[in-house]
Write a protein of this length. Sequence first.
Length: 110
Amino acid sequence: MVELEANLAFEDAKALVRRAITQLGASVEVAGKLEHSLGDVELYVVVIKKFFLRTGDYTSLTIVVTGDEAHSCVEAIPSGAGEGVLNIRLGVDKRFAEDFEHAMRDAGYE
């Protein structure tokens, strides 16, 4: 799981998430997204998936951005990546989350 917090406006954090997603590889697809306003707090959720040849299936990452004009939080939870009866993951779900965290930091998220 990835947990990032910064004194960065919600809209800026959302833009960095979009930029980070583009850096995660050609096989990344957006499975769905939603946006809501909850009073002064904004919410953006995007679910992405990536095909990993190593496991022969897709791993997903659910990214949640919350914040306002002065502060934002980005959290990401990996899931999937199991293969066969034993649900062997080979670490790809953790790697996907780590790649996202590095991409966010490279994009400028503190």
